[in-house]
Design a protein around this ligand. Structure first.
Ligand code: UT7
Length: 332
């Protein structure tokens, strides 16, 4: 009989990220669609974003972020037991981007799969990997959020093209001392709202065809205003629900790392949780909305800047297409 063991404490051993070098500014976008730098800054908080060059795909960004996270964790990429890539802009519909990443890392021992929860994908993936590892059957997981959003954006649609961007962030998970690491999660989804953020074409519902391409249905469509209203409510609520089982309160949060979609959503969340500005991590002015990659990229930035101290309480929170949402509470 298998002995009844306590779940192991699992935490983040190392972080990494990768942004493609090419920068697209609001002024560049002014030349492409009917928009202004002033509108984009004031309505979203975005000033510039990174975009992949021709020939670069989601797994290229993911593998680089993954390599950096492994290096920071002191774990050989070939020794990773589980690779999860959160993305909805994969290299190929089949096989998974995680398998492309595994090949690039020269890893042959892991099982690898993608997790699609749109912008909530990294937060979902962190929880999934946590539960695999806490059984003790696997030692190290590489969890990546990676997006090549620019490939699925309609560069003629000003409602979306000014928002999204490319990039990847990653963490290596492994055993940590009792009382530390991932403490809790809260996840949810609402399948009655699938139309709010959708790529309608080139799936099994509407396979690629001249009509689909002509209707530009291979690109992401979003009812931004509806998503905005939902996001303002759900961000604070998800963090509060994730805090509940931990016995911690919002006052204990040292770092809130929210999905970087809109500065007005982030500010509303900070206000609801009563957090001073300096405890809310913001990089969307430089990075835009990289969907599943926003949280791990922002995390990697503050970790590398030496801001996160042992024992700090971190709250990750994200929301996106599905609709989906989720939050994790972590003791560093
Ligand atoms: O990652 C998760 C998914 N996405 C999100 O989180 C997005 C959430 N939503 C948002 O961030 C905001 O709703 C947006 C930034 C997308 C839009 O801001 P808004 O304050 O909700 O604007 P709106 O959609 O109500 O549009 C206001 C006006 C409209 O013009 P009219 O109808 O009032 O004449 C739009 O056509 O702004 C216009 N507009 C633009 N104008 C200049 C929309 N996009 C642009 C643009 N440049 N790029």
């Amino acid at each position: 009989m298998v002995p009844n063991r306590r779940p192991r404490a699992i935490g983040i051993l190392g972080t990494g990220s990768h942004l493609p070098p090419r920068v697209l500014t609001n002024h560049d976008l002014e030349q492409m669609v009917d928009t202004t730098d002033e509108w984009i800054r004031s309505r979203t908080g975005i000033v510039e974003r990174h975009i992949v060059d021709d020939g670069v795909a989601c797994s290229d960004l993911a593998a680089e972020a993954g390599r950096r996270a492994c290096e920071a964790a002191g774990v050989d990429p070939r020794d990773i037991d589980l690779i999860i890539c959160a993305t909805f802009t994969p290299d190929t519909i089949c096989p998974s981007t995680a398998c492309h990443v595994q090949g690039k890392l020269g890893n042959s021992r892991a099982f690898a799969f993608d997790l699609e929860a749109a912008c909530s994908g990294f937060v979902y993936s962190l929880s999934v990997a946590w539960h695999f590892l806490e059984t003790g059957r696997y030692r190290h997981a590489l969890v990546i959020g990676s997006e090549a959003m620019s490939r699925f954006i309609d560069w003629e649609d000003r409602n979306t093209c000014v928002l999204f961007a490319d990039g990847a962030g990653a963490v290596v998970l492994g055993e940590v001392e009792e009382g530390r690491g991932i403490l809790s999660e809260h996840m949810g989804s609402d399948g009655s709202q699938t139309d709010l953020i959708i790529i309608p074409g080139c799936g099994s519902r509407k396979p690629a065809s001249p009509a689909v391409l002509e209707g530009r249905e291979q690109y992401l469509k979003m009812l931004g205003n509806e998503v905005f209203k939902f996001a303002v409510r759900i961000v604070g609520e998800a963090v509060e629900k994730a805090l509940e089982p931990t016995g911690l309160t919002q006052d204990d949060i040292d770092w809130l790392i929210p999905h970087q979609a809109n500065i007005r959503i982030i500010e509303a969340a900070g206000k609801r949780l009563n957090l001073p500005r300096e405890r809310v991590v913001v990089n969307l002015d430089r990075c835009g909305n990289t969907s599943a990659a926003t949280v791990p990229i922002a995390l990697d930035e503050i970790v590398r800047e030496g801001k996160v101290k042992e024992g700090d309480i971190l709250a990750f929170v994200a929301f996106g297409g599905g609709l989906t949402w989720g939050a994790n509470i972590i003791r560093w």
